[in-house]
Design a protein around this ligand. Structure first.
Ligand SMILES: [Zn+2]
Length: 282
């Protein structure tokens, strides 16, 4: 039995579109090719952005594509106490911030503030150091991030936990050691590593895949009006996703199970495309 544990961790902001399907499929194939487990985590941390129907839709879309996960689904809304207890252990490296949200790097204005002298509401920031962060990405090779991110928010002023904090805590909780996801999340990786280092948590191995874009070069997303995948012909859909991942499309397979079994066997990381796949479907 391999010790590989991978995952797919969508935010339930809507049903899966083609871009999220290829991320799901890549993480599934990489896990199964290495005899690993593939877990599903619903990252429902930000209710105002979420659709109540989305978790169910996502799960039925995955099942329709034959992407059955191992173990129970983990919902992040059930993990708030765990995030808070980890946050409590960071009290010496965090501080309250009352600045308005700003898109530029944070200058550290509130660094000297203390919790006891600051009235709520405030955001909580993690103090960062200037050391560059390096990862050995499975697909992109060595990635170095100059750590000029500034101190970043790990709990928001509205009381919601930041994505970065929850993700690394749950990766450890679920014993995930391989994170295969879209390259759009690459920039959040150094933040997750900084948190892991501060909490003395193990860092998973990362692999970021090129995403699909629409013909005008925009990433497929809810914002770019990507349509939900049509699971009425899962074989067609999966073949298209395999093409997007540069893999053999197994034209002889006549069922989803056959196609996936064969795709798991022949999964080849070195075939992943170096440029984004242009999706003309919708
Ligand atoms: Zn501040």
């Amino acid at each position: 039995m391999s010790s590989y544990v991978g995952r797919f961790a969508p935010s339930p902001t809507g049903p899966l579109h083609f871009g999220s399907l290829i991320a799901a499929l890549a993480s599934y194939l990489d896990a199964k090719h290495h005899d690993g487990l593939w877990l599903l985590r619903i990252e429902d941390l930000d209710p105002p952005r979420e659709l109540e129907s989305a978790p169910k839709q996502i799960m039925s879309q995955l099942h329709a594509c034959g992407l059955h996960w191992d173990q129970d689904v983990l919902f992040q809304h059930s993990r708030l106490d765990a995030y808070q207890s980890y946050l409590d252990t960071l009290s010496t490296v965090t501080y309250p911030c009352i600045c308005p949200r700003s898109p530029s790097a944070y200058a550290g204005t509130c660094r000297m503030r203390t919790f006891s002298q600051t009235k709520t509401p405030y955001a909580i920031r993690l103090k960062t150091h200037k050391k560059p962060i390096e990862i050995a990405d499975l697909f992109l090779g060595k990635q170095t991030f100059d750590n000029d991110l500034g101190d970043f928010i790990i709990k928001r002023k509205d009381g919601l936990f930041a994505y970065q904090l929850a993700v690394i805590i749950d990766d450890v909780y679920q014993k995930i050691n391989h994170v295969i996801r879209g390259v759009d999340l690459l920039e959040s990786t150094p933040r997750q590593i900084i948190i892991a280092q501060q909490l003395n948590l193990p860092e998973p191995t990362y692999g970021h895949i090129r995403l699909a874009v629409n013909p005008s070069g925009q990433k497929l997303s809810k914002q770019s009006h990507a349509l939900e995948i049509d699971t009425s012909s899962p074989l067609v859909l999966l073949r298209q996703a395999l093409i997007a991942l540069g893999q053999d499309t197994q034209n002889r397979a006549i069922s989803v199970t056959q196609l996936l079994t064969s795709a798991v066997r022949s999964w080849d990381r070195s075939l992943l495309p170096q440029t984004p796949f242009i999706f003309t479907g919708n």
